[in-house]
Design a protein around this ligand. Structure first.
Ligand code: AMP
Length: 176
């Protein structure tokens, strides 16, 4: 498709009601990913934002954050570092837990993935309440990294996730 604006891109996001559980409207970005023009537009816009702060590495959050982050890292000639759910990373990790609507979740990063003073960008597919991004930021900062940017393809602004990220340089391409 000929995608010229974030609004065009928004038209490709698919709402899937009651996934993964009742009451959630899941924002499915796979129609963007499979369209060459849309994927290129999304990556180029996110890369333009990130390029200004020269991040290295790009930290991507499991699981859909893993789709765009390595593409962005390649484009910016930065490295890619995964933040994963508990128990998935093989070497020594540090861990943070954060609250979900019901219960809690834990994220990990390899202990040697970030050095003190590194300028890091955190990337995920979607910002909802902000708990996930905030947890990833805490991991980076525990290792001494400086979070210079936080970028999302989609932001559910009505959930006010940005209010958890007021100290950071936050960007999103598509907003609801
Ligand atoms: P949060 O911690 O509330 O900001 O949730 C963000 C994380 O949950 C991201 O990794 C998203 O992939 C996922 N997520 C939350 N809500 C949705 C939604 N409505 N559609 C798609 N992904 C979502």
């Amino acid at each position: 498709m000929n995608i010229k604006s974030p609004e065009d891109l928004k038209g490709l996001v698919r709402d899937v009601p009651d996934f993964p559980k009742k009451g959630i409207i899941f924002k499915d970005i796979t129609p963007i990913l499979k369209d060459p023009g849309a994927l290129a537009f999304a990556v180029d816009e996110l890369a333009d934002f990130l390029a200004e702060v020269h991040p290295d590495p790009i930290v991507g959050i499991e699981s859909r954050g893993f789709i765009l982050s390595p593409i962005l890292a390649y484009k910016l000639r930065a490295g890619f570092v995964p933040v994963r759910k508990k128990g998935k990373l093989p070497a020594e990790t540090i861990r943070v837990s954060y609250d979900l609507e019901y219960g809690s979740n834990e994220l990990e990063i390899h202990q040697d993935a970030i050095f003190k003073g590194m300028k890091v960008a955190v990337v995920d597919d979607l910002l909802a309440t902000g708990g996930t991004a905030e947890a990833a930021i805490r991991l980076v900062e525990k290792l001494g990294g400086e979070v210079v940017a936080v970028a999302f393809l989609v932001e559910l602004a009505f959930l006010k996730g940005r209010e958890k990220l007021t100290d950071y340089n936050v960007f999103s391409l598509i907003r609801y």
